[in-house]
Ligand binder design. Structure first.
Ligand code: GLV
Length: 326
């Protein structure tokens, strides 16, 4: 239940976040936090937020017209994520509510994890770990667990924003060639810095030995990788998705992995989280992670602090540092 309004502004925090963020919020707000760490139902969320000035939301919260209509005091939704596809921006604009995100601080952690998945699937780390644990390691084998090289191979990056560029920087250290696709070309200086060449989508998909996705989820990027794209990828290519699940047609990907249309995949995100396509669970050539690309202590702490700062600034009546525009 919502607590009665006191003299201080009120913030709802929809799940557990690092304590530093809560402490900063408490310096300004009366805070109502969901400490169960299970997402509120839409009804619970609206009930808690009905007299709140700020909501500090997670990407598991659906923030839409029906929610805004029930929260007349609300001034800001501070999403603790760089992505904000869980929020209806047009509805927020209609209700005059500021929406903020947490860009920048999670770039390196997310790029690290894209590379973690890339290496894990190319070198079959999870499969090999299971093999040893199952007691099946009977001695060194010349032909055991053969995977893919990185040096000299082409990394395709779809979406060349902050995270895509941070992945490109890592690729340089591994001796890879980088091509990218983005509707906005990077400057010549950025392309030179990362030794990256802009190509069209068909070239990206057809030439990548490793394809890493760093696009926002928009109507135009839904199923960016579907059956037709998977068919034109190289048979020894690997796909990595640390962006958003619906960017890939998960059923089509499971079929392509099963039929050997591509060599493997590393997925941190899923089309219908927390559900995972059943067929993927049975395959050895895919590494699966529970949406943890930004999950380091430092990064998640910074995300919570930035969200708190956004919420406080907006309720004070100033423009928050990470205002998202519709
Ligand atoms: C995580 O997926 C984020 O958008 O920050």
């Amino acid at each position: 239940m919502a607590t009665p309004r006191g003299s201080r502004p009120r913030a709802v925090v929809t799940r557990r976040i690092p304590q530093d963020g809560i402490t900063l919020l408490e310096s300004f707000f009366e805070v109502d936090q969901n400490v169960d760490d299970r997402p509120y139902t839409p009804d619970q969320l609206a009930e808690h937020a009905r007299d709140a000035d700020a909501v500090v939301a997670l990407l598991t919260d659906r923030i839409d017209e029906a929610f805004f209509a029930r929260c007349p005091q609300l001034k800001v939704v501070a999403n603790v994520a760089v992505g904000y596809d869980n929020i209806d921006l047009a509805a927020a604009a209609r209700h005059g509510i500021a929406i903020t995100n947490t860009p920048g601080v999670l770039t390196e952690a997310t790029a690290d994890f894209a590379f973690t998945l890339l290496l894990a699937c190319a070198r079959r780390v999870v499969e090999a770990d299971r093999y040893v644990r199952d007691g099946r390691f009977g001695g060194w084998e010349m032909m055991g667990f053969l995977g893919g090289d990185l040096a000299g191979r082409t990394l395709g990056i779809a979406g060349f924003g902050r995270i895509g560029q941070a992945v490109a920087r890592r690729a340089g250290g591994f001796g890879m060639h980088v091509v990218y696709e983005d509707e906005h070309p990077a400057t010549a200086a950025v392309e030179d810095q990362f030794n990256a060449r802009r190509v069209d989508k068909a070239t990206l998909i057809g030439s990548a030995d490793y394809l890493s996705l760093h696009l926002p989820l928009l109507p135009s990027t839904h199923h960016y990788i579907a059956e037709a794209e998977l068919r034109t990828m190289k048979r020894d290519a690997y796909l990595v998705n640390t962006a958003r699940g619906p960017i890939v047609d998960e059923k089509a990907l499971a079929r392509a992995l099963r039929d050997g249309e591509i060599a493997g995949a590393g997925l941190d995100v899923f089309e219908r989280e927390p559900a995972v396509e059943a067929e993927l669970l049975a395959l050895d050539n895919v590494v699966l992670a529970p949406h943890i690309a930004s999950a380091t202590v430092e990064t998640r702490t910074k995300m919570a602090l930035i969200a708190a700062e956004n919420a406080i600034t907006a309720v004070r009546g100033a423009t928050p540092p990470n205002l998202v525009r519709a």
